[in-house]
Design a protein around this ligand. Structure first.
Ligand SMILES: C[S@@+](CC[C@H](N)C(=O)[O-])C[C@H]1O[C@@H](n2cnc3c(N)ncnc32)[C@H](O)[C@@H]1O
Length: 213
């Protein structure tokens, strides 16, 4: 787990410094379980623009509203709600935290919801692949890293779209891992976040067709 460096914008946001200080996956899960009831309110100011930005970007890249979408690290379902508003109907949620998923379930936008750790390579059955995978707020300090990226890549269909948000400093940590996989950057937007202290990127990558020789 890569740890967050202390900074002014973190001091103003106790929730952000708390989750990014987690020392283990178990600790992170417990923190999200305890935070679930207040999550939507606490992140409103900094994050409310992002779920709809994700849904809009996806509708430009893949207008087929029946495509299969995995919301990996779905949390309380903010992204699922925005996707449903945009007309997407085939949504699967996965998250570490049962309590975050319980809130997501109440929103009634996911066809199925699963508790699990995205670091486990056997979390999906071998045959299950998605047209789209979205990770919003998941590639972050003390959250997901290269292992999760590789697991998700393996359940993305060829020519499928991987949409992720990633902060500028964590993007540098992940750059090599991102570049090692067979996909192409098809969209990149940058949004100032946390009172403009940081940039948050919204990236879309399209998986290449694998040619077996
Ligand atoms: C910042 S929240 C983002 C939630 C939601 N995507 C959103 O945009 O509001 C990060 C979520 O990722 C989940 N998460 C972090 N690491 C995970 C892992 N290894 N496996 C599954 N879920 C994970 C957390 O439980 C949490 O719900």
């Amino acid at each position: 787990m890569v740890k967050e460096q202390s900074n002014d914008f973190l001091e103003e946001r106790a929730w952000l410094s708390s989750i990014c200080d987690s020392q283990s996956t178990e600790e992170l899960k417990n923190k999200y379980d305890n935070w679930a009831n207040n999550y939507d309110t606490d992140v409103q100011k900094d994050w409310s623009f992002m779920p709809s930005a994700i849904a809009k970007t996806l509708s430009q890249l893949l207008p087929d509203k029946q495509c299969s979408i995995l919301d990996a690290g779905a949390g309380t379902g903010l992204v699922g709600e925005a996707l449903a508003k945009e007309g997407y109907t085939n949504l699967t949620a996965v998250d570490l935290s049962e309590q975050m998923l319980a809130i997501a379930k109440e929103k009634q936008v996911y066809q199925s919801l699963h508790q699990g750790n995205l670091e486990d390579s056997d979390i999906f059955s071998n045959s299950e692949k998605f047209d789209v995978i979205i990770t919003a707020g998941v590639f972050a300090y003390a959250h997901a890293g290269e292992k999760v990226l590789n697991n998700l890549f393996s359940v993305l269909k060829e020519e499928g779209i991987f949409l992720l948000t990633i902060r500028e400093d964590y993007r540098q940590e992940m750059q090599t891992a991102l570049e090692q996989l067979s996909w192409q950057l098809v969209s990149e937007e940058a949004f100032p976040i946390y009172n403009e202290a940081k940039l948050m990127y919204l990236l879309a990558l399209k998986k290449a067709i694998i040619i077996n020789s």
